[in-house]
Design a protein around this ligand. Structure first.
Ligand code: HEM
Ligand code: NAG
Ligand code: NAG
Ligand code: NAG
Length: 326
């Protein structure tokens, strides 16, 4: 095992794509989703999504990160089925843990446009997945082909949103959560790299900078200067701190070098650089920017395949992303 880990960075460099990222536990969704699903059904879909995402992010840059996160939170609960978008009392979206999710209006706007051109054809789940891809490109991340054909779920339960990670978890729990989605530790480290952009409400890290695990002291794994910075920046829970302390607006691998300098914002970020199952990956990514770029695309495709609904008998094509059809 330890000799395998020693070679992992080299293996990753040589075989960044499929080699280490197959997931035998989960049904191979690729057999059902396809690149050409809308080629005839809605040929302009990607152009519509791209134009809308572009316009929204031009108006508000912070929406890029929010759309990527929204897609993740959709996929974590019941798979990528747009259950996070349902807006009834007691839905995932209205759970406390979902309070800081944003970007819903972007999806609604895209959906309205898509319905005009291709009524009752394109799922909200596919729109959200595509919007996350386009948001990634917009902030300088990699392109990947989106697989299409997801259908929208009929069920959304607030309590189930509790499985979404909050930043307090240990690495074992995160590995297990990702495993339950058909994602491996490499996907965990790579997708956590989304934290190269975006921000957090300060409330989510107050416990780390003031009273870590009831000790009355800050988390000892935070760099002292960074701690000072965070304490100044985060006096109020409602303020924001950037997830990537050094290059918050650029999609790059500096997130990983920050971890090596004890400048991860969440303890779940920082722990990636202190666990034997993930540290070698952090080291590899910190020194090989292209590896992050290429593998991010691969891991995002895998994320988008999580427990998808396909076929006429599963889910539906929602007319309005906020509600199930009558
Ligand atoms: C691995 C476990 C993860 C944990 C513990 C975690 C935790 C968090 C937390 C606590 C926030 C800030 C919430 C707030 O504003 O209070 C956040 C933001 C964010 N997360 Fe994660 N996350 C994880 C994985 C992911 C994944 C897999 C993705 C994408 C594929 C992602 C993308 C983002 C983005 C882009 C933001 C910034 C959102 C914005 O600026 O609006 N995260 N995450
Ligand atoms: C979602 O539901 C809340 C509460 O009912 C409501 O205030 C809000 O306007 C709804 N959002 C949309 C986009 O329908
Ligand atoms: C959600 O947050 C509100 C206000 O902080 C609190 O009163 C309520 O009990 C919370 N609900 C759950 C289910 O945790
Ligand atoms: C990790 O967290 C889980 C869930 O909170 C807990 O059951 C487990 O004991 C923790 N593991 C370690 C090694 O701390």
């Amino acid at each position: 095992m330890s000799s395998f880990l020693a070679f992992l960075p080299i293996l990753l460099l040589l075989f960044p794509l499929r080699a280490l990222s197959h997931s035998p536990k989960i049904f191979p969704a690729e057999d059902y989703l396809s690149f050409s699903y809308y080629a005839e059904r809605c040929p302009n879909l990607e152009a519509i999504v791209n134009k809308k995402v572009d316009a929204w992010i031009n108006k508000d840059y912070t929406l890029a990160a929010s759309l990527i996160r929204l897609h993740f939170h959709d996929c974590v609960v019941r798979g990528c089925d747009a259950s996070i978008l349902l807006n009834h009392t007691g839905s995932e979206r209205n759970a406390n843990v979902s309070k800081t999710l944003r970007g819903f209006q972007v999806i609604d706007d895209i959906k309205a446009e898509v319905e005009k051109e291709c009524p009752n054809t394109v799922s909200c789940a596919d729109i959200l997945t595509t919007a996350a891809r386009d948001a990634t490109i917009k902030v300088g991340g990699p392109f990947w082909e989106v697989l299409f054909g997801r259908r929208d779920g009929l069920v959304s339960i607030a309590k189930e949103a509790d499985v979404a990670p909050t930043g307090h978890e240990n690495i074992t729990s995160l590995i297990e959560l990702f495993q339950s989605m058909g994602l491996n530790p490499l996907d965990l480290v790579i997708l956590s790299g989304s934290h190269t952009i975006g921000r957090s409400t300060c409330g989510a890290i107050h416990y780390r900078i003031y009273n870590f695990n009831g000790t009355g002291k800050p988390d000892p794994t935070i760099d002292p200067k960074y701690l000072n910075f965070l304490r100044r920046k985060c006096r109020w829970a409602s303020e924001y701190a950037e997830l990537d302390a050094t290059t918050p607006r650029i999609f790059d691998s500096i997130y990983y070098t920050n971890l090596q300098k004890k400048m991860g914002l969440f303890s779940t970020d920082q722990l990636l650089d202190s666990d034997p199952r993930t540290t070698p990956l952090v080291s590899a990514l910190a020194t090989q920017p292209m590896l992050f770029y290429q593998q991010f695309a691969v891991s995002m495709v895998k994320l988008g395949n999580t427990k998808v609904l396909t076929g006429k008998n599963e889910g539906e094509i929602r007319t309005n992303c906020n509600f199930v059809n009558h």
